[in-house]
Design a protein around this ligand. Structure first.
Ligand code: GDP
Length: 447
């Protein structure tokens, strides 16, 4: 991993032009470099905005800007931090970064400011991950769930579980170490009840995990069906006013139109596939192959049929095994007279909007989501997997305790320690470097 003793610099605002852009420095020399940038030799008062000229080493003025100094340890990274706000031009901001680098700082890696905040104890690993989630959020629900995590809701729950475990471990260890002192922690059934209470907390967290994962990661929904049944129309109707949250997704082809929408708070990427029919030429068969591929990797498939036309042969199985659990059959053009009826199909009209609310509800049901009103407490698969591992170890501990005659306390202790280890991996108290590198590499530079 990267060095943490040098001073780092990056543009903290997004690429492109804006009214204001911010360059951020963190590290031992941040204040000295910040001072050197400033034209007049005046004191930089902590947490005060100083309006000043910003200069290169050779003395050329780059811009006027505001310099703010946040002394360690009460800064974002826990180190000395200097922020320079200037005009939001890439040329100006790159000029400032270069002027900082010629005075000895190095360019920050993606996520390095937040990594330092974590390493300096300003936040735990869950909170650092929440910073990334908050920046990446595209729906308000995603943002609120990330904000809660950043402000420590999950940190507190995990800390309470760990404290209860620590208490158990301490008592058990005392009775192992000092068997003759007359100290014993109740009977094994009392101990099992205490373990049970922690298992309950883990269960409550995990039952929220499926919904939480979907909130955080969003999902892919493929819209499939024969030409002219109304796929594009339905796609547009579902995307509605919130369409085009994300455009130009790399890999989008001529045949697959992708759009990310906010569906009741969920980040949903809709993939509109080429009409499925027997391939007429090579280009078309390529489109169909991609459509099949999109449908097979999608979390959900919306199979659109035209209710106003008699069903054609093959409509029902255009995807081979089309009516799997993850498929919702849609009878579109419900505003026109019906040519057929299928009880499990959701009747909608992409043209008038009829039935779209029912369809949205059906999509949530299929995903196993009853309501999105409550914010999920746990959303990250890494955390979910670790809590599940802790729960498994606790179940083993309880099993050992309830075994006839009870297994030796050392067995129970080993399981309880394993559960604690998993919880500590969540907060990052003992997370290995490669896991850290993986977590922080997805951040943007300047965060
Ligand atoms: P696609 O080829 O499956 O993407 O179908 P389109 O979305 O391009 O729609 C094909 C035709 O059906 C267009 O003329 C649409 O205006 C029409 N259409 C789509 N949905 C409806 C609907 O719900 N009701 C009616 N009456 N026409 C629709």
């Amino acid at each position: 991993m990267f060095s943490t003793t040098d001073t780092i610099v990056a543009i903290a605002t997004p690429p492109g032009r804006g009214g204001i852009g911010i360059v951020r420095l963190s590290g031992h020399d941040a204040l000295a470099i910040g001072r050197a940038l400033i034209a007049r030799d005046r004191p930089v008062t902590p947490r005060y905005a100083t309006f000043t000229e910003i200069r290169t080493k050779a003395g050329a003025t780059i811009d006027h800007g505001i310099v703010t100094y946040f002394p360690a340890p009460a800064s974002y990274t826990g180190e000395d931090v200097v922020e320079i706000s200037a005009h939001g031009s890439p040329v100006v901001l790159r000029g400032i970064v270069a002027a900082v680098m010629e005075r000895g700082a190095r360019l920050a890696e993606p996520g390095e400011f937040t990594l330092r905040a974590y390493l300096n104890g300003r936040m735990d690993l869950m909170q650092a991950e929440a910073v990334g989630d908050l920046i990446d959020a595209v729906t308000p629900l995603q943002a609120r769930a990330a904000f809660d995590q950043l402000h420590g809701t999950l940190t507190r729950t995990i800390a309470e579980m760990d404290a209860a475990l620590f208490d158990l471990v301490a008592r058990l260890e005392a009775s192992v170490d000092f068997p003759d002192e007359g100290y014993h922690f109740g009977g094994s059934s009392e101990l099992a009840a205490a373990v049970d209470a922690i298992i309950c907390r883990a269960d409550a967290l995990l039952s929220d995990g499926q919904r939480g994962r979907i909130v955080r990661e969003g999902l892919h929904v493929a819209v499939v069906g024969a030409p002219n049944v109304g796929k594009s129309s339905l796609f547009n109707a579902l995307a509605g006013a919130s369409r085009a949250i994300v455009t130009d997704i790399p890999g989008t082809t001529r045949d697959l139109v992708t759009e990310t929408i906010d569906l009741e708070g969920l980040r949903v990427t809709l993939v509109d596939t080429a009409g499925l029919r027997t391939a007429g030429d090579v280009v078309e068969s390529e489109g169909i192959a991609r459509a099949r591929q999109a449908a097979s990797v999608a979390d959900l498939v919306l199979r659109v049929l035209d209710r106003s036309e008699p069903q054609r042969e093959g409509d029902g199985e255009s995807l081979g095994e089309a009516s799997t659990r993850k498929t919702i059959v849609i009878a579109n053009k419900a505003d026109l007279p019906a040519a057929w009826f299928q009880p499990d199909a959701v009747e909608v009209s992409a043209l008038t909007g009829l039935g779209l609310d029912v369809l949205r509800q059906r999509i949530l049901e299929r995903l196993g989501i009853e309501s999105l009103v409550d914010r999920p407490e746990i959303t990250n698969v890494r955390h979910i997997a670790l809590v599940a591992r802790a729960r498994d170890a606790l179940l083993r501990a309880r099993g050992a305790l309830l075994e006839d005659g009870g297994l030796p306390e050392e067995f129970v202790l080993a399981d309880l320690q394993e559960a604690r280890g998993a919880l500590e991996d969540v907060t990052g108290r003992r997370t290995p470097e490669d896991v850290l590198a993986h977590i922080f590499e997805r951040f943007c530079i300047g965060k």
